[in-house]
Design a protein around this ligand. Structure first.
Ligand SMILES: Cc1cc2nc3c(=O)[nH]c(=O)nc-3n(C[C@H](O)[C@H](O)[C@H](O)COP(=O)(O)O)c2cc1C
Length: 191
């Protein structure tokens, strides 16, 4: 698969097979992630790979974040919506949490986030090219928790930004047809 085809055909894959992913494939994806462009060579990305039993710790941290965000949540809510992200982590063979370092200025922090987002897309494209399915998720607990249990688990500073948690495995479903507004409607040419 060439780069253009990979970019055109990559889709988020929600349903993953309950089958282990060889560590070598994840290593291949991470090895290309670090070639993302990054201003001032800050290389601000960090990757935290969870598989096997370690997924439970990550799932617990997401459940804890929900509690922190919803101190008044009922037991029902904690077991339902409060456990949604945790369940997703437990259902995926691999989750990579991607974080971005804070910069020495606001601008550098912004650019670090941009660079890490590109590195994240490299992982998604590599996963696709390697026959894996992946899903970039953020959502509940990533941005809003006053104390972030996931960051505590990763042992990253509170200032670090969680850019993605990438659920990865072999696809258990056909990718949904994507939909995009044609580039022509988003582009102005100055010639
Ligand atoms: C920064 C970012 C955060 C995202 N967070 C979520 C999320 O929390 N939940 C979710 O279902 N999808 C999330 N997505 C994935 C998008 O929903 C998905 O890329 C979009 O629907 C387009 O589908 P495609 O990836 O198949 O082209 C996120 C994507 C990005 C770039």
């Amino acid at each position: 698969m060439d780069a253009l085809e990979a970019m055109r055909t990559r889709r988020s894959i929600a349903k993953l097979r309950n089958a282990p992913v060889p560590r070598e494939l994840i290593e291949q994806a991470l090895a290309v992630a670090v070639w993302a462009p990054n201003h001032k060579h800050t290389e601000p990305w960090r990757f935290f790979v969870f598989s096997g039993d370690s997924r439970q710790k990550l799932a617990d941290a997401f459940a804890e974040n929900y509690k922190l965000d919803h101190p008044d949540a009922s037991a029902e809510e904690l077991a339902g919506p409060g456990h949604k992200t945790a369940n997703r982590v437990l259902a995926a063979p691999v989750t990579i949490v991607v974080t971005s370092d804070v910069g020495r200025s606001e601008m550098e922090t912004l650019e670090n986030y941009a660079a890490t987002a590109v590195a994240t897309e490299h992982i998604l494209l590599a996963a696709h090219a390697l026959g894996l399915g992946a899903y970039w998720r953020t959502g509940e607990g990533v941005y809003t928790a006053p104390r972030n249990a996931v960051k505590e688990l990763l042992n990253v500073p509170e200032s670090a930004q969680i850019v993605a948690f990438l659920l990865i495995g072999y696809p258990d479903t056909e990718a949904k047809a994507g939909q995009r507004i044609p580039y022509i409607e988003k582009t102005q040419w100055f010639e």
